[in-house]
Design a binder for this molecule. Structure first.
Ligand code: NAD
Ligand code: WQD
Length: 338
């Protein structure tokens, strides 16, 4: 079965292609390469021994999408394509809404024209804003503080409205917590094009000597050690969640539109992540405590039990595997795919 994977050359998309191939699906990657490299796909082919069809294209290009849907018999779409840097979204809101929202609407319109009715969407725990408590369940209220999160909430709403009009569509809204780690081969991983915004690539950049020292954004949060707590999830576990979500479309007990958290249910602080990475890499991680980063929250972790109940998915990899695999990728590829 062919699966159109928008943004499939990116970090989560490339790992998902491996899991799709292993499960017998045939990913067709559609990506404009704005934040990725086809080398990732070459490596996926090396890991799996299978071929991937790659189409360079933009999800805002309806003709290109119509062409893909008419040339290939597509069973479902997994929609990763999007921009994801929170800070950049505050500076360039129009670019973010155009790429993420307009791109998604163009994609959904092309799906509708071509009678493609199954879609898995990459949403984010950012839609919970600053949660009143933890762990977070799917029925918590949603809110956003930045255009990136705003784009995710709008796209979720558009898909919910599409479902009202087309109840035969199958729509999965997957809310990822904090994806980290890399494939255990060390051949693919996260490759930020600029100075990383996220914690894990920053820590690994310091460990490999590319970056001087980590700034820890605040140690005065109401958490055990004062630093922010997050639910880090191994990208391979996350990738497997997409295969489960696809398979659940065939399960008549699952609603045609569903929302699930993909997280581990465990929270780790910044300092705990630094310690775990030191252990994995054998390197010292220089850091300094600085002021809080605007928009950050103290603590965020999932209640992942609904994903287990509904799509039979749960995370299996712990913090040490997350750090070991990140380090294997980072130390074998200090310049990423360059
Ligand atoms: P990524 O940047 O590595 O992958 C996104 C891919 O989409 C890239 O290959 C990029 O070239 C492509 N792309 C962007 N705009 C496009 C467009 N208009 N047309 C075609 N291709 C386009 O990011 P990722 O970490 O793999 O994230 C994948 C998805 O998951 C994104 O939608 C992101 O918002 C979401 N998400 C990511 C995280 C995270 O922390 N990584 C957390 C929650 C949700
Ligand atoms: C984690 C913790 C920081 C960097 C973001 C997006 C979210 C989702 C995942 C896409 C926090 C601290 C970080 C650093 C630090 N992405 N930190 N020094 O902010 O939880 O989530 O990525 O959907 O939408 O907001 O992840 O990795 O940036 O931060 O101290 O250099 O590490 O303060 O406590 P975050 P993160």
């Amino acid at each position: 079965m062919n699966i159109l994977v928008t943004g499939g050359a990116g970090y989560i998309g490339s790992h998902t292609c491996i899991e799709l191939l292993d499960a017998g699906f045939n990913p067709i990657v559609f990506d404009n390469l704005s934040n990725s490299s086809t080398i990732a796909l070459d490596r996926v082919e090396e890991i799996t021994g299978k071929k991937i069809t790659f189409i360079r294209g933009d999800v805002r290009d309806s003709e290109a999408l119509d062409q893909v849907f008419s040339q290939h018999d597509i069973y479902a779409v997994i929609h990763f394509a999007g921009l994801k840097a929170v800070g950049e979204s505050v500076e360039k809101p129009i670019m973010y809404y155009d790429n993420n929202v307009s791109g998604s609407i163009t994609l959904f319109a092309s799906m509708e024209r071509n009678n493609i009715t199954r879609i898995i969407f990459s949403s984010s725990a950012t839609v919970y804003g600053d949660p009143a408590s933890v762990p977070i369940t799917e029925n918590f209220p949603t809110s956003t503080t930045n255009p990136y999160g705003g784009s995710k909430l709008i796209i979720e709403d558009v898909l919910k409205n599409i479902y009202v009009a087309h109840q035969d569509w199958n729509i999965a809204l997957l809310r990822y917590f904090n994806p980290v780690g890399a494939h255990e081969s060390g051949l693919i991983g996260e490759d930020p094009s600029d100075i990383p915004n996220n914690l894990m690539p920053y820590i690994s950049g310091v460990a490999v000597g590319k970056l001087d020292k980590l700034s820890i954004f605040g140690d005065d949060y109401p958490t055990a050690d004062g630093t922010g707590v997050r639910d880090y999830i191994h990208v391979v576990d996350l990738a497997k969640g997409h295969v489960k979500a696809l398979q659940a479309f065939e399960n008549k007990a699952v609603d045609n539109l569903y929302t699930v958290n993909l997280g581990t249910g465990k929270g780790y602080s910044v300092l705990e992540m630094v310690e775990a990475f030191k252990k994995a890499s054998g390197k010292d991680i220089a850091y300094q405590i600085t002021s809080r980063r605007a928009g950050d929250i103290a603590c965020c972790y999932a209640d992942p039990s609904y994903a287990k109940e509904l799509i039979d998915w749960e995370a299996t990899k712990g913090i040490q595997a997350m750090c070991d695999d990140t380090w294997r990728w980072q130390s074998n590829n200090p310049l990423g795919y360059k």
